[in-house]
Design a protein around this ligand. Sequence first.
Ligand SMILES: [Cu+2]
Length: 543
Amino acid sequence: MLGIRLHPQDHMSRPPTTLTHHWNITAGYRSPDGVRKKVYLVNDLFPGPTIECRSGDRLVIHVTNSLDSREGVSIHWHGLGMRNAINMDGAVGFTQCAIATDKTFVYDFVVDLEQAGTFWWHAHSQVERGDGMYGGLVVHKPVDFKSEGKGPGYKDEVLFLVGDWYHRSAEEVLGWYTSVRGFGNEPVPDSMLINGRGTFDCSMAAPARPVECVNIGRNQFPGLLTPDLMNTTTRLRLVNVGSLAGFTIQISSAKLTPLTVDSGFSITGAAPDSVGIIYPGERVDLLLTWDDTSPATSPRLHISLDPEHYTNSALRPNQSFPMFPVSSNIPTPPPSPASMIRNHFDLSSATSRHPISLPEAAQQTILLYTKTQKLSISANHPQGFMNRTSWSPQSAPLLSLPRSAWDENQLIPYIPSDAWVDIVINNLDDGSHPFHLHGYSFYVLASHRSENGWGSYNPYSTSGASSIAPVMNLRNPVKKDTVSVPRRGYVVIRLKADNEGIWMLHCHVLFHQGSGMAMGIHVGGDERHAGVDLGAREFCESA
Ligand SMILES: [Cu+2]
């Protein structure tokens, strides 16, 4: 089956251990949706291998760069706290130099005992993530079934890595986006992949951009699940591994009860027909329960792309995939349009399953404005800004440099250890930006989107015009590591700065991150960062 069947039974009831992996990164040609393209491979796999472990395990991953293109690589462990292991966070420009061709870097860290959930790993060097350098990372929660006396209520767990896909390389797409030719428009994807497979109608390819294309027949597409999972309850772990588009999912003849978001945070939810929007970098775990179904109804997974983005004549905004192997004589039901969805669960209104105790006010507030701008000083090339700074990496990672040596492209406010901090992210653009913070999960206290005009929040402003004071949810907010900042709106997030390090904060839209929509927070230790990480510098010199 195309879904990745997970093995919780191998991890949930054993003591923590050390798991060692050896990864060899190469590139090769694949046709994930029928269109041939050069993709990245880890141990010859596209997407890369899935890591499964339990809370408290030590992961040792030897990553060898065998690309002959001289591109550097690095790997980030999306959502993991990386406590006492910031030098393993994989963020080029912040924590390490990219691994050069023929070099190996050993990622060695312990998964926090408090963390369990659906994570993923991906390249954090250039835009390699967009061409397949990613995979799943599932941390199973240790459970003592004997003392609990009952199972989890489902038999199987399956991982779906879902994301948009471009037929051009991500580097080409970024080049177009940041050129004057792009006019600041979003680069619209060509298709959608689930676990590295999709479909594309070859006749839809733009004549100006010929592709090597083979139509994939309906019967050639594998089922997402095997027939033995029909009529059983299954936990779906879903990751948006895409570069740009958010999406909503629905499975015909089934209900999808939301269980957790991002790093395993439990949310409340009924059993809706559809769930969304899931933005790039976000995860949601869903309990899949079937209506009264027989195989003859051929249930399908429907994915509807966030209509916020411009439509591409070749991209079908509603795509569907067979849940079970398709037999040739069953007609495919038409994809159900959004209007047919009776009962939708809006992830942006999700709340915590358990009451949360938070201080009334934070000790520090960081106020941010993000915007894509075309400045004449940059020859009108679109660039992403955080306040007045457009990020680009220095030649050495910040971890290896004192603050006095950080250049003008770094916006890194300092936060003392253990302070409660609010971060207000205002979005001055017409599209949403899913922001990801490394090293932390944070509470989402408020989220606002403006249909007309502008809705910014400036807690320091006393005049009402520039400040729409939010209603802060201190009672049952969700905890996330990636949050969509709505168009012409803002979010207020709160965290306790209990994880020292220089952590990256950036838009997870690959092309926005690649054009500068990134910054960091510097938590704890010496504000001047005089005691630099010499190991990080040594690795750069050896690379
Ligand atoms: Cu963005």
